[in-house]
Design a protein. Structure first.
Length: 77
């Protein structure tokens, strides 16, 4: 059994004992999931050389730099 109650305060939800997120919280969770999916796909490609579409592409300094440049444009600080 997973005990989530002790970790909920650190998740950024302001409602204490409420386990189900509100519609606003759910939108925030979906947005985070989308961003993490993009970062996960780039991470997998860097480790394996295989894209999400299953194509094998070379991982070298130039392609790595291009991927990071795209990520920086997508998620500016």
């Amino acid at each position: 059994m997973v005990r989530l109650r002790e970790f909920l305060p650190s998740c950024g939800f302001e409602r204490g004992d409420v386990v189900l997120p509100t519609q606003l919280d759910w939108g925030y969770i979906e947005e985070l999931h989308t961003h993490l999916s993009v970062l996960r796909s780039v991470s997998k490609w860097l480790q394996t050389g295989v894209t999400e579409e299953g194509k094998r592409t070379e991982v070298n300094f130039a392609t790595c730099r291009a991927a990071f440049n795209k990520l920086i444009l997508m998620y500016p600080a």
